[in-house]
Design a protein around this ligand. Structure first.
Ligand code: FAS
Ligand code: PHB
Length: 391
């Protein structure tokens, strides 16, 4: 088999890249370790920045997004139960769209099928070869057959635990990492959301988030210790804790219901540098991880592959290497700003196990300052809606 760009990983990064390259006439093949059903069922992100929505419009994968996506003009910070609205649209002129990652992945897969973009699901034992030569290749097993895909470039879009980043020798890559002493226990339930906008709660007991997938499906999270066990959180305990952290007024609007899905996700900040080794480029979670507090993970994957697609198309169109030579620095510039915001917003809203009384007083002082400062609220808003690609 031969293609121009071998894309390892069929999550949002890999699928978006495949569509952007195909639209510009650059052929590619996507190798995805799991089944299509498995990938589409993974409950993950819920908020799309305007830049991500624009990308989906650009590749024409937007029919359901336009019909079912919910545009949000703002969100609330809840400080020990007292709300403070961050007016995204009023402060920045921009909005975000609530549309689950499961829906994005489903739409991208359906459009890939219609457009004949080759996605090999359940491609296992993926290995990268001669990455620093001008004839790289990827071997894998698909339907019991050992295969080799020869290519010009490899896009490592295979997530944090994928094979791509591990193919780079340890002395050619630097990992920057911060592991948080807590995780997010998330619940998905077919109950109406407690509010029409998201609520990020900073509470003495810990962080909570009220989000949604539609007018009839809600997504909630509470911060739990990093080593928490899911079995220690029956639904009722979770609904009770959400009410305590979101405050009595919001708690009165919470509709309870059985969990469709309940899981604990660890929180970390992670960035690998550089995002290129020879003809291999890393994008999305393969390159970086952010705590979901800033709703940046999926959106950074989108901006990475927008930069990478532009660089690869320039290379094939104009024979230049400028774009691919600059990809890593260009993508990392936006990544680090999102890593900073996600870290800062996590620090402001979560309760650290080592925190004492003065730490909470300092958090409350910063939140009081934000409540009184349009400038501070504008800074939060412009980071939350997503910094421009060309910042
Ligand atoms: P992904 O991990 O989504 O996709 C990588 C793909 O590569 C997967 O389909 C995997 O099966 C495949 N793969 C892995 N190894 C492979 C191999 N060796 N060969 C072939 N294929 C391979 N972000 C938010 O913004 N908000 C959230 O609330 C949020 N919640 C999250 C919860 C969890 C549990 C996790 C893990 C992440 C969450 N994220 C959230 C971040 C998430 O949305 C990612 O940013 C997003 O999935 C990034 O997309 P990709 O880079 O495509 O990586
Ligand atoms: C979600 O709805 O899953 C979600 C929303 C905002 C976040 C994180 C997760 O910051």
């Amino acid at each position: 088999m031969r293609t121009k760009v071998a894309i390892i990983g069929g999550g949002p990064a890999g699928l978006l890249l495949a569509h952007m390259l195909t639209k510009q006439g650059v052929d590619c093949v996507v190798l995805e370790a799991r089944s299509r059903d498995y990938v589409e069922a993974r409950i993950r992100a819920g908020v799309l920045e305007q830049t991500t929505v624009d990308l989906l419009h650009e590749i024409g994968v937007d029919r359901r997004l336009d019909a079912e996506g919910i545009v949000h003009d703002g969100f609330a910070l809840s400080i020990d139960g007292v709300p403070l609205r961050i007016d995204l649209k009023g402060l920045t002129g921009k909005t975000v769209t609530v549309y689950g990652q499961t829906e994005v992945t489903r739409d991208l897969n359906e459009a890939a099928e219609e457009r004949g973009i080759p996605i090999l699901f359940e491609a296992t034992d993926v290995a990268l070869h001669e990455v620093t030569s001008d004839r790289p290749s990827v071997t894998f097993v698909h339907k019991g057959q050992a295969q080799r895909l020869e290519c010009d470039f490899i896009a490592g879009c295979d997530g944090f635990h994928g094979a791509s980043r591990r193919a780079i020798p340890a002395d050619r890559i630097t990992a920057f990492e911060k592991v948080y002493p807590f995780g997010w226990l998330g619940i998905l339930a077919d109950v109406p959301p407690c509010d029409h906008e998201l609520i990020y709660a900073s509470h003495q007991r810990g962080f909570a988030l009220a989000s949604m997938r539609s007018e009839t499906r809600s997504r909630y999270y509470v911060q739990v210790p990093a080593d928490e066990k899911l079995e220690d959180w029956p639904d009722d305990r979770l609904w009770d804790e959400l009410g305590l952290r979101l405050g009595a007024e919001t708690a009165a609007r919470i509709t309870r219901g059985p969990a469709l899905e309940k899981s604990i996700a660890p929180l970390r900040s992670f960035v690998a540098e550089p995002l290129r080794w020879g003809r291999l480029f890393l994008a999305g979670d393969a390159a970086h991880i952010v705590p979901p507090t800033g709703a940046k993970g999926l959106n950074l994957a989108a901006s990475d592959v927008a930069f990478l697609a532009e660089a690869l198309v320039d290379h094939y169109r104009g024979g230049t290497t400028t774009g691919i030579d600059e990809y890593s620095a260009r993508a990392l510039s936006r990544v680090w700003k999102a890593v900073r915001f996600s870290w800062w917003f996590t620090g402001l809203t979560h309760r650290f196990p080592t925190a004492n009384a003065i730490d909470r007083k300092i958090q409350l002082a910063e939140l009081a300052y934000i409540r009184g400062s349009t400038i501070a609220q504008t800074s939060i808003a412009e980071n939350y809606v997503g910094l421009p690609f060309k910042a």
